[in-house]
Design a protein. Structure first.
Length: 431
């Protein structure tokens, strides 16, 4: 199939007609990796549509993604080893160097990248989970505890975790007034809900049968129902978000729950992978099912056997480290080597499959979408922008930053925020 390359010719001027939705958590509103209001640029780079750039320490371990509310950006990072001057306006400078392994929550001004405040989370903290905000407070899960700050950096409460995990990866989410964290690790796995206003534990569900995983939990709303979905080793599990009571569990997942979930109006999309080829014998765990690496579409719970819950199943073209994206009736994936697949989300039939996008690389950052476009960021720093509605793979632009990208971009208003291993970039339409 021929791959068409269309270069952007005209990019609209940056006109603010009102506040768009925030990008409040990992993968944006509802964890769906989609902005319904943003119009980020198609073409951008170090010398094109760059609004600002600020040095953010963290290196390969600093993989938390930026979140946005109003005019503030938040993320976590390791302490700076030296001051880094902002090269454009205002010259915001990181505060003096901190001890090695010190981790911080950082707030930046969205207008110019100026660092507004940073707060030390401690030497044993991890930078992997992305913070979450409700527009009034910022909630940071750092492995050994949870801290709530107001938007000016004043601590509101902190709650230690009974079973800390210095390698925690799953990001927290908010469901109404509940802050949800998942800690799946080698032993003593659990999911817990805290009152976002006080930090008081509301409920805790032990998950002793689950091993190390990194998937962020998902708030699945369909019809009048709502569920807290956790993708874990060997099984997909649903909890009542108000009580923590388990509602159902669907076996057949592999040992490695790497990817977060996506959902349409009435289907949940889950991807699990195993290292190597073949299947894992799970008969001792499930009694009947064997687990193969697969992308599955799951129906809401109802009468019938577990097998009837799966609407469709694909074992080809599977990513290893990033998450699937549901957008405009399609499900998009990108796998190592730079191969993109678009499925009809209802049927699982490929619209196109394993199409090269001329950016051969690993992909750890999850794809995001807005304004009819999908953005795929490769590890080596190439961001490919594709038409989300075309029936053939149509590249609109390929933007090279030449810095490692592991974090997932944020889309808000007319901008795209991209965190690399060295910097945080804000790209928008040229003024």
């Amino acid at each position: 199939m021929e791959l068409r390359l269309i270069l952007p010719i005209v990019i609209s001027l940056c006109v603010f007609t009102g506040r768009s939705e925030d990008w409040p958590q990992f993968r944006g509103p509802g964890g769906r990796a989609v902005s319904e209001t943003a119009t980020p640029p198609i073409g951008f780079g170090p010398s094109s549509n760059l609004l600002w750039k600020v040095a953010i320490p963290g290196g390969p371990g600093g993989v938390s993604s930026p979140v946005v509310t109003g005019q503030r950006i938040f993320l976590t990072a390791e302490a700076a080893t030296k001051s880094e001057a902002f090269p454009f306006t205002g010259e915001p400078i990181l505060p003096a160097a901190e001890p090695a392994n010190s981790v911080h929550a950082i707030a930046l001004d969205r207008k110019d990248g100026r660092i507004l405040w940073k707060r030390n989370l401690g030497k044993e903290a991890t930078t992997r989970p992305t913070p979450v905000t409700d527009g009034k407070f910022l909630f940071v899960f750092f492995g050994s505890g949870v801290i709530a700050y107001d938007l000016d950096g004043q601590e509101q409460w902190r709650q230690p975790i009974a079973k800390p995990d210095s390698n925690a990866t799953a990001s927290p989410i908010l469901i109404d007034d509940k802050l949800i964290i998942v800690s799946d690790k080698e032993t003593d796995s659990f999911v817990e809900a805290f009152d976002k206003n006080t930090g008081r534990s509301l409920w805790r569900a032990e998950r002793p049968q689950f091993l190390r995983a990194r998937a962020t939990p998902f708030h699945w709303q369909h019809g009048r129902e709502e569920e807290l979905i956790v993708s874990g080793s060997f099984a997909l599990t649903s909890y009542d978000p108000n009580t923590g009571e388990q509602k159902w569990s669907l076996p057949g997942a592999t040992r490695w729950a790497m990817s977060s979930l996506a959902a349409s109006e009435n289907l949940l999309f889950v991807l699990t992978m195993k290292e190597g080829q073949g299947e894992e014998d799970l008969t001792q765990l499930t009694g009947t099912l064997r687990a193969a690496s697969a992308l599955r579409a799951v129906r809401p719970a109802g009468p019938g056997l577990c097998g009837e819950r799966v609407a469709w199943n694909s074992v080809r073209s599977l990513p290893y480290g990033n998450s699937p994206l549901y957008y405009k009736g399609r499900l998009f994936t990108v796998k190592s080597g730079g191969f993109v697949t678009a499925y009809d989300a209802k049927t699982g039939q490929p619209i196109y499959q394993d199409e090269r996008i001329n950016a051969p690389d690993d992909y750890w950052s999850s794809p995001v979408a807005a304004a009819g476009r999908v953005y795929f960021a490769s590890e080596k720093g190439t961001v490919t922008v594709m038409d989300a509605t075309a029936n053939t793979p149509t590249i609109l632009a390929q933007n090279k930053l030449d810095e490692q990208i592991l974090a997932t971009p944020a889309l808000i208003d007319q901008t795209i925020l991209i965190r690399t291993d060295k910097d945080l970039y804000s790209f928008g339409a040229s003024k």
